[in-house]
Design a protein around this ligand. Structure first.
Ligand code: PEP
Ligand code: MG
Length: 759
C-alpha cells in the first residue's frame, strides 16, 4: 500500500502541470482501489462551490461544469464533516443530490475523503462503484492517506495561483465574480481601497513644433515653468522626506536639479534658440532623453524614462497655465495610473495611501522602490488595465503575487481582509524582535547580514539588527551613471557606507558587470551573456578598472577597518591568485601614503558549479566563502534567472542545489573558513531553517527580510532543523520539499508567516 501511495505521489508531483497532475491522480487511485470511478472536486471559495476538476469514470464533459454548492450533496457533506464518508448505496443517503450531468445514476458504492490542509478543506476525493457495497477499512485508510498527501500538492498549487487559473479556465460561459488582472509585484502586502486615477491634462505627445514669436519671451516662460515645477518637487520632497531612507531622500532633490536651467533646462533653452517655441522645445528634449534611456539595456535606467516623461508633463502643465486638478483622494486610496511616478505617490495626503497600480513600469521603477521603502503594496506592469474604468471601484491589491482584483465578490474581499489583518499582526509581532539576537530556539547565535546596492536600506538594516553587510553590490552605483565613476567618487561613496555601518563589517563585492548587468557606457554584445564576459573575467581583463576600484575601497576603509572584499563569478583558482596579486599591489600602493590601512579579509563567491567542486581549494586561498545561490541555481539547473517562461523551474530548493550548497559549507568548514550565503534564498523563511541546519555561519538578505528570518530561526532548535534537513535531503522534488518545510513552519506556530501572501 505504502509503495503504491509513494508511486502515485511521485507521478503526481512529476506532472508537467496541475491539470494533468489531477488527471494522473484520479486514474491511479481508480486503478489502486480497483474501483470504477474516482473524481476530485476542489473548493472554489469565491463562489462557495465544489467544482469537479478531474474524473476517471464519470462523464468527462462534466469537468469544470458540475459545481456543488458548499454543504450540499454527499460532496458537501464530506467537506462539512471534514471526515470520510463510506456508504454502500449512495442514492439512498438522505444527503444525496442528483446531478444529471455527471452520469452517476448507476453508481451505488461511495467513498469520499476530504482534502484538508492546515485545517482548511481544499476539496474532496471520491471513489464510486456500480455494485452496492461498503469499501473495506484498508481501502478507506488508503484514500484518507492519499488525500492527506495530496493536500500539500493542492495547497502549493493554490499558493502559486494554479488552482485559481484552472477554476477560471472553466468560467468562460459564466459571469465572472470580479475582474482580475495580473502584473508584477512592486511591493509586497495586501491593499484594499477605492480606485483613484491619476491623469495629466497636459499631453506632451500632442504638442506641435512651432516657430516662436519672440525667443526671449519663450525662454522667460520656460524659466517660470521650470521654477514652478522645481518648487512643486521641493514641497513634495519635504512632505515625503521623513518616510524615506536616506538615499531615496535625494530623489526629489535630483528632480529639482534636472529641471535646473543648467541641466535639462539648458537643452530646452538651446532648442528654443534653434527656432522652436517653449512647449515644442520641451517636448523634443524630453523625447530625446526618454528615447536614449529606453534604448539602454538596463532595467534601472530604462525605468528612469518614466520619471523624465513625468517631469515633462508637469512642466508642460505650467507652460500651458493649466491648473492641475488633483484627484479626490479617499481614506484608503488605491492610486492607479498609466505610468505612476514617485511624485504621484507623494501627492497623496499622509495616511491615505493603501496601494499602487501602474500599467507601465516594473519592480525597479522609482515608484516601486519608494513603495517598498514605505510599505505600500504595489503592482506594476498591469498591461491589460483600462485605467479610467477603475475610478471609484473597490480594488484589492495582492502585492505578493502581483494581482489586482476589481469589484471583488464579498467572499474574496473577506478573505483578503483576513489576510491583511494577519499581515498586520505579523508585523506587530516582528516589531518586538528588532533588538533580540538572531539565534536558534536552543540559543545558538546565527549571523544575520544585509545585502545592499544603493545604500537605500542603511537605516532599515540597522534598525532590524543587521550585524553587517554580507553583500554590497558595487555595480549598482556604476549603473546609474553615464560613465565610470572616478576613484575619488568611488572612495567617497564607499566611505559613506563603511561609516554608516562601522564598526560592523561591510563586504564589498568587486564589480560584477556582464550577464544582465550592463553598463550603458561599456557596451558588450554577446549571444550568451550569462556564459560570457562577466564578473571577475571582465575585471582581470581590465586591471585598470579593478585596481581603481580596489584602491578606492582600501582608502575608504581608513580608520574604520571594517572592509571585506569579495570576488564574484570565480570558476578557477588561478582567477583568485591573479585577483589577489592585483589587490596586494593596490594595497602596497595605497600604503605608501596611508600606511595605517589594514588589509581587509578576502572572500570568494561560490556561484558557479565549478566552484562548488573546488570549494576546498578556493577556501585555502581566502578568509571566507559566500554562496551566491541566485547564480548557482541558474547555472546548476540551466534556468535563466530572468526568463519568465522558465521561472517555474528556478527553485533553490531543488535537491541538486541543496546538495551543492551543503557540499560548499562542509568544504569551507573543513578548511576552517567562515561560510555565508547571500543569494535570495537566505531571506526565504522555508530555506533559512535548512541553511542553518547545513551549518552556515551567517545568512545575508535584503533588509526587509531580516526580522522575519530572525523570528523563524528562534522557533527551531538546531536538532529540529537538522532533522528537517535530513528529511528533505531524502526527497526528490522541490515542490515536496517546500510543502514539507511549510508544514514544519506551521507546526512550529509560524502559520501566519507561511500563509502571509497566500490565498
Ligand atoms: C547571487 O548570484 O546569488 C548573488 C548574490 O549575486 P547577484 O544576484 O548580484 O548575481
Ligand atoms: Mg551572482
Amino acid at each position: 500500500m505504502l509503495k503504491t501511495l509513494r508511486r502515485i505521489i511521485q507521478e503526481v508531483v512529476a506532472a508537467p502541470e496541475f491539470r494533468s497532475a489531477l488527471d494522473i491522480m484520479v486514474k491511479c487511485v481508480a486503478e489502486a482501489l480497483n474501483t470504477e470511478a474516482c473524481s476530485i472536486f476542489l473548493l472554489d471559495r469565491r463562489h462557495g462551490e465544489h467544482v469537479l476538476l478531474a474524473t476517471s469514470g464519470l462523464n468527462p464533459l462534466a469537468i469544470g461544469k458540475v459545481r456543488v454548492p458548499v454543504g450540499q450533496g454527499l460532496i458537501g457533506f464530506v467537506g462539512e464533516r471534514e471526515e470520510p464518508l463510506n456508504v454502500s448505496d449512495a442514492p439512498k443517503h438522505p444527503r444525496f443530490l442528483h446531478v444529471p450531468e455527471v452520469g452517476e445514476e448507476s453508481y451505488h458504492a461511495f467513498l469520499g475523503a476530504p482534502v484538508i490542509y492546515h485545517r482548511q478543506v481544499l476539496g474532496v476525493v471520491i471513489a464510486q462503484q456500480h455494485t452496492p457495497r461498503r469499501y473495506d477499512d484498508a481501502e478507506e485508510a488508503f484514500l484518507v492517506t492519499l488525500a492527506a498527501q495530496l493536500a500539500a500538492v493542492i495547497a502549493h498549487a493554490e499558493a502559486t495561483g494554479e488552482v485559481a487559473r484552472l477554476l477560471d479556465s472553466h468560467q468562460v460561459n459564466q459571469q465572472p465574480a470580479e475582474e482580475s488582472y495580473a502584473g508584477i509585484s512592486g511591493a509586497p502586502g495586501v491593499g484594499i481601497g477605492t480606485g483613484v486615477v491619476v491623469t495629466f491634462s497636459a499631453d506632451l505627445a500632442s504638442v506641435p513644433d512651432r516657430a516662436p514669436d519672440d525667443i526671449e519671451s519663450e525662454i522667460r516662460l520656460l524659466e517660470t515653468a521650470l521654477a514652478a515645477s522645481q518648487e512643486e518637487f521641493r514641497i513634495l520632497g519635504e512632505r515625503i522626506y521623513e518616510h524615506l531612507p536616506s538615499e531615496e531622500r535625494e530623489l526629489f532633490a535630483a528632480y529639482q536639479q534636472l529641471l535646473d536651467i543648467t541641466d535639462l533646462g539648458a537643452d530646452i533653452v538651446a532648442a528654443i534658440r534653434q527656432g522652436n517655441w517653449a512647449q515644442g522645445a520641451l517636448r523634443s528634449v524630453i523625447d530625446a532623453h526618454v528615447a536614449r534611456l529606453e534604448s539602454v539595456d538596463d532595467d534601472y535606467l530604462r525605468e528612469r524614462a518614466a520619471d523624465i516623461r513625468n517631469l515633462g508633463h508637469r512642466v508642460l502643465a505650467y507652460l500651458q497655465k493649466n491648473e492641475r486638478n488633483l484627484p479626490e483622494y479617499s481614506d484608503n486610496t488605491i492610486l492607479i495610473g498609466e505610468e505612476l511616478t514617485a511624485a504621484d505617490l507623494a501627492e497623496v495626503p499622509e495616511g491615505c495611501l493603501a496601494g499602487l497600480v501602474s500599467v507601465k513600469g516594473s519592480g525597479s521603477s522609482h515608484v516601486a522602490i519608494l513603495a517598498r521603502a514605505m510599505g505600500v503594496p504595489t503592482v506594476m506592469g498591469v498591461s491589460e488595465l483600462n485605467v479610467q474604468a477603475l475610478a471609484d471601484k473597490t480594488i484589492i491589491i495582492d502585492g505578493f503575487y502581483g494581482q489586482v482584483y476589481v469589484s471583488p465578490a464579498r467572499e474574496l474581499l473577506e478573505e483578503f481582509e483576513q489576510l491583511a489583518a494577519a499581515e498586520r499582526d505579523l508585523s506587530d509581532s516582528l516589531e518586538s524582535l528588532r533588538d533580540q539576537p538572531a539565534q536558534t530556539a536552543d540559543g545558538e547565535l546565527i549571523g544575520l547580514l544585509v545585502n545592499t546596492g544603493l545604500g537605500l536600506d542603511v537605516s532599515l538594516s540597522l534598525a532590524a539588527g543587521a550585524e553587517g553587510v554580507g553583500l554590497y553590490r558595487t555595480e549598482t552605483p556604476f549603473l546609474i551613471r553615464d560613465r565610470f565613476p572616478s576613484g575619488e567618487e568611488q572612495r567617497i561613496m564607499y566611505r559613506q557606507l563603511l561609516a554608516s555601518f562601522a564598526p560592523r563589517f561591510v563586504t564589498m563585492r568587486t564589480l560584477d558587470i556582464g550577464g544582465d548587468k550592463l553598463l550603458p557606457y561599456f557596451p558588450v554584445h554577446e549571444d550568451n551573456p550569462f556564459l560570457g564576459w562577466r564578473g571577475i573575467r571582465v575585471m582581470l581583463d581590465h586591471p585598470d578598472i579593478f585596481l581603481t576600484q580596489v584602491r578606492a575601497m582600501l582608502r575608504a576603509s581608513r580608520g574604520f577597518n571594517n572592509l571585506q572584499i569579495m570576488l564574484p563569478m570565480i570558476t578557477d583558482a588561478s582567477e583568485i591568485d591573479e585577483a589577489l596579486r592585483l589587490i596586494n599591489k593596490a594595497y602596497a600602493e595605497v600604503c605608501e601614503d596611508m600606511p595605517d590601512i589594514v588589509m581587509p579579509a578576502m572572500g570568494v563567491m561560490i556561484e558557479v558549479p565549478a566552484a562548488v567542486y573546488q570549494a576546498r581549494i578556493i577556501a585555502r586561498r581566502v578568509n571566507f566563502l559566500s554562496v551566491g545561490s541566485n547564480d548557482l541555481t541558474q547555472y546548476l539547473l540551466a534556468v535563466d534567472r530572468n526568463n519568465a517562461r522558465v521561472a517555474g523551474l528556478f527553485d533553490p530548493l531543488h535537491p541538486a542545489v541543496l546538495r551543492a550548497i551543503l557540499q560548499v559549507v562542509e568544504a569551507g568548514h573543513q578548511e576552517g573558513r567562515h561560510v555565508s550565503i547571500c543569494g535570495e534564498m537566505a531571506g526565504d523563511p522555508v530555506a533559512a531553517v535548512l541553511l542553518v541546519a547545513m551549518g552556515f555561519d551567517s545568512l545575508s538578505m535584503s533588509a526587509s527580510s531580516l526580522t522575519r528570518i530572525k523570528w523563524v530561526l528562534r522557533h527551531f532548535t538546531r536538532q529540529q532543523a537538522s532533522q528537517l534537513l535530513n528529511e528533505v535531503l531524502a526527497m526528490e522534488s522541490p515542490v515536496m520539499i517546500r510543502c514539507h518545510m511549510e508544514l514544519a513552519l506551521e507546526a512550529a506556530g509560524l502559520e501566519k508567516l507561511v500563509r502571509a501572501g497566500r490565498r
